[in-house]
Design a protein around this ligand. Structure first.
Ligand SMILES: Nc1ncnc2c1ncn2[C@@H]1O[C@H](COP(=O)(O)OP(=O)(O)OP(=O)(O)O)[C@@H](O)[C@H]1O
Ligand SMILES: [Mg+2]
Length: 233
């Protein structure tokens, strides 16, 4: 699915103080595109992602995903739209500790209309042979790959990732990024990754840079690298 932002603004108000978290953002993301969003802490990355994905609402402006106008939806419609179309990955894996790998993925499958088979997705993230393990028996990277499988199993059309490798070391981060890129290629899922690490931009189709709540640069990346080709620092 493609995404379009028109003059999107988000203002947080607390008492007298107004904070612009997103300011007059205009952007089009194509179906199947791989986007990396970069910017310093507090520049509005998470807010932008939350607004695009309907987890939060803009103060003004229009957000469309294909033909649906997200910014006109009420909470109930947004919840349904998110459940049917969107996948999320965060820095914390949020796995259920009392469920094993396959059962954690099953939780994601239950919310899908036409979901994938659990084993197919576990195969894609390289965890098929560990499906009976519990989260505490897995490394950080493996746990993050379970959370990717859980998000992917419902066949989302767009995958939103906020600092998916923020808690991981370089090697593990590359393993997780390589899985995300593969899913983008295999399933043509539109992929949006927020990160502090400019190197990760080398993997994307386009790099969006934010500063002080504004989009300050949109750069095409002609020479896309694999996770293992990027220079981390
Ligand atoms: N719920 C909120 N209430 C008030 N201000 C907020 C709220 N959420 C975010 N902000 C402010 O909006 C701005 C953008 O925050 P945001 O979380 O989007 O930044 P970010 O780029 O994701 O930062 P980081 O890299 O640290 O995660 C910041 O100035 C932040 O303090
Ligand atoms: Mg953030």
């Amino acid at each position: 699915m493609g995404i379009k932002l028109e003059e999107v603004t988000k203002i947080y108000e607390s008492g007298e103080i107004k904070t612009y978290a997103c300011k007059n953002m205009n952007l089009e993301i194509k179906d199947g595109e791989f986007i990396v969003v970069l910017g310093p802490s507090g520049s509005g990355k998470s807010t932008m992602l939350n607004i695009i994905s309907g987890l939060d609402t803009p103060t003004s402006g229009k957000i469309s995903i294909d033909k649906d106008i997200i910014s006109d939806m009420n909470t109930k419609e947004l919840t349904k739209f998110r459940r049917n179309n969107l996948g999320f990955i965060f820095q914390q894996y949020n796995l259920l500790q009392t469920l094993n790998v396959a059962e954690n993925v099953e939780v994601g499958r239950e919310v899908g209309i036409d979901p994938f088979e659990i084993d197919e997705v576990l195969e894609q993230v390289g965890l098929l042979d560990q499906k009976h393990k519990y989260p505490y028996q897995l490394s950080g990277g493996e746990q993050q790959r379970v959370s990717i499988a859980r998000a992917v199993v419902k066949k989302p059309k767009i995958m939103f990732c906020d600092e998916p490798t923020g808690a991981l070391d370089e090697e593990t981060a590359k393993e997780v990024l390589s899985v995300l890129k593969k899913l983008n290629e295999v399933y043509k899922t539109t992929l949006i990754i927020i990160t502090h690490n400019p190197s990760i931009g080398m993997m994307a189709d386009r790099i969006i840079k934010l500063n002080s709540a504004e989009i300050v640069e949109v750069k095409e990346n002609k020479n896309r690298l694999s996770a293992y080709e990027i220079n981390w620092n």
